[in-house]
Design a protein around this ligand. Structure first.
Ligand code: FAD
Length: 452
């Protein structure tokens, strides 16, 4: 039956509704434009209605209305995801949770916050107690903690603390179901995996408790090398357990023209390692850089760098590398790679050789499952879809490299490769009618839906 939009609006009475097409269009997009494939695919996707919620009761009311009218419901937070995660493929309601942003409690080693809180904001609150978030994406001024858990994997800080799914990082979450009488489900510790990186397909995360660590005034460093191999070898050596490092990323010289704010600190003929090092490790870090023939061109706190007009190290790493390049040249796109361990820099040297000017190299080091991992976010010249998939096939053909494809919208095609049956089982409880963010998981089929 056709949706009676007047009745829907009546059901949502009291909530902040956005109906203007321009705003609805804007609130139906994220950073998928990094991918020309997704840009074409998602161009026409738009919510019929955006609902801005501020409280748990607001979420309950919206979820009940979505269930009653069988409307697709897609949660949107900061909207900084790269794969169209919060783009409503089938229209319906977009639920904007950014006004659910209160800090609920801060204790030693933990913080409980509403899911729509921006990560930079809550880190500032934690710092007032001498503590800090363990990890965050470089988009943390806009990105929310709920969006990070539902759409992300790890980021700045993962070299020290592992990725989100590693034990001890996520402590507790409360999730609202989407059914006629929505319920709240509590998830503790490892149970949070059920909603982690599920793209909001199985419940609305209301609030979360995350682990904090004692705050450190990190020294943002840039170390320059004559060869990219030199930068990579230093990156491997800097994994020594004695060094306390928060961020460790290598970026090759051809990115230099895009890093205009770095000026002569990242010249065109040098390859760079961007790091955040604890003050206590700086002496050892300098000695290691020296031993590897590296030159430290930047070393200062974030405030000191900003005073000099230099970007913080975290805006020179992870997917900010792609952003820096795209700001100047929209002819680029990107690919994400996970390298086999122990990491062999010869694999990257081979890619430098075979791809020439089509692919620019950048690697981030992070711990995952207690082990050191190496991940690449490569800048790839856009020469059409066929060429993009040729590059993917070539990279995956040797050296145990795995591509996390950023040109697709489903969880499974993007990187998880297999359907997470735990998440699908949880979806049967939290979204029994299959209304949440439809089309984003291959594990759900229309015939699994039950009316509730
Ligand atoms: P959104 O984009 O709004 O949402 C992401 C997904 O989560 C969507 O599927 C949405 O439906 C779902 N969602 C949001 N809130 C909820 C909720 N309360 N309940 C249920 N589902 C919800 N990601 C990383 O992991 N690591 C990085 O280092 C990183 N670096 C980035 C750098 C750049 C330059 C860019 C553009 C992106 C980067 N990202 C990174 C991706 C993204 O910024 C982060 O994952 C970010 O944390 C997403 O948060 P958000 O609030 O913007 O979420």
């Amino acid at each position: 039956p056709a949706v009676d939009w007047d009745a829907v609006r009546a059901g949502l009475r009291g909530l902040n509704l956005i109906t203007a097409p321009g705003q609805r269009r804007q609130l139906s997009k994220d950073f998928y434009w990094y991918s020309p494939i997704l840009t074409a695919q998602l161009a026409g996707c738009m919510a019929d209605l955006v609902v801005k919620v501020s409280t748990e009761d607001d979420v309950r009311q919206a979820a009940a209305v979505a269930a009653k009218w069988k409307l697709p419901l897609t949660v949107r937070a900061g909207g900084t995801g790269n794969y169209g995660q919060c783009v409503p493929l089938a229209g319906g309601i977009v639920l904007d949770v950014t006004q659910m942003c209160r800090v609920l409690d801060i204790q030693d080693g933990r913080m409980r916050v509403e899911a729509g809180a921006r990560m930079h904001d809550i880190d500032l609150m934690a710092r007032e107690t001498g503590q800090a978030l363990r990890m965050w994406p470089s988009t943390w001024h806009v990105a929310t903690i709920g969006g990070f858990i539902a759409g992300g994997f790890g980021g700045i800080g993962s070299f020290r603390h592992g990725i989100l799914r590693d034990p001890g990082n996520l402590l507790h979450a409360r999730v609202m179901t989407v059914e006629r009488e929505p319920r709240v489900i509590e998830l503790h510790g490892d149970e949070i995996q059920q909603v982690h990186h599920a793209y909001g397909t199985n419940g609305v995360i209301l609030d979360v408790e995350v682990a904090l660590s004692p705050a450190v005034e990190w020294v943002h460093c840039t170390v320059l090398f004559e060869t990219y191999r030199g930068a990579l070898d230093f990156g491997i050596a800097a994994q020594a357990p004695a060094l306390d490092i928060f961020l460790l990323s290598t970026v090759e010289a051809r990115f230099s023209p895009y890093y205009t704010a770095m000026r002569d600190r990242f010249p065109r003929d040098r390859h760079a390692v961007f790091t955040m090092v604890s003050p206590a490790s700086m002496a050892d870090f300098r000695a290691l850089a020296d031993a590897h023939g590296g030159t430290i061109s930047v070393a200062g706190t974030e405030a000191e760098l900003l005073a000099e007009g230099l970007p913080p190290a975290y805006e020179c790493a992870f997917n900010h590398t792609t952003l820096q390049a795209l700001k100047a040249d929209r002819g680029w796109t990107y690919l994400q790679v996970a390298y086999a361990q122990p990491f062999d820099p010869a694999v990257v040297e081979r890619h430098l050789e075979i791809f020439g000017d089509d692919v620019l190299q950048h690697q981030d080091f992070a711990r995952a499952g207690g082990e050191c991992g190496t991940f690449g976010i490569l800048l790839v010249r856009w020469k059409g879809e066929a060429h993009q998939y040729e590059v993917i096939r070539e990279i995956e053909s040797q050296g145990g490299c795995r591509i996390f494809n950023p040109h697709v919208v489903t969880i499974e095609d993007g990187g998880m490769k297999t359907i997470d049956t735990q998440q699908i089982e949880f979806k049967k409880r939290s979204d029994p009618m299959g209304l949440m963010n439809p089309g984003k998981t291959r594990g759900w089929h229309a015939d699994m839906a039950v009316e509730r």
